[in-house]
Design a protein. Sequence first.
Length: 166
Amino acid sequence: MQLGNLIDFEVEGEDGRFLPRLRSLSHLGFEWMYDRNRLMLWHNFIQKFEPHLKDADELDPFYFDLLLDAAKRWHLQNPKRIVCESYIRLLDFEGRLYPEEHCYICEGRIEEEIALMQAFKPAHPYCIYAAALPTKKILDFFKSKKTVFLEDHEVDILFDTVMKGF
Ligand SMILES: [Zn+2]
C-alpha cells in the first residue's frame, strides 16, 4: 500500500467527506512520509480526527488548515509538540478550552501542580491519579499555544493525553 493511500484511508471515515481534501494533502508528498517514526505519529494523530468529526454536518476549513500547517512543520520539530500545539488550537476553535485554575473533579483551586484530563480539562494530580505538571507553564501554554517552554517529558504527558481522544 502506498503511503499516501494509507493516509487517505485513515481519515476517510464513514461518509468520506473528509477524504477529498486530505487526499490532495497527501499528494503533496511530504518528505517525512519516508520517516517511519514520523509517519507513525502522523497516522496516530489524524486517526483521532475521524471519530471526532464523523458526526459533523459540515467540515469547517479550520481542520484542513490545521492539518496542512502541521504537515508542513512535521519534519522541522518534534511532531509531539506539533500535535499538542494543534490540539490546543482545536480546543480553542471549538470553544472547549478550560483555562481554569479550578479542578474539574473537586472544583478546588489548583496550586503549583496541575494534571490534565481528556480535552485538557484541568484537575488536581491526586484527583485523577495522573502525572503532575507545573501549573504556570500549562496555563501559559493554554494562552500562547506554544510548547517552547515545556520540557520534552512534559510534552510527552500532554501528547499521551491528546492520544486518549479529542
Ligand atoms: Zn481536585
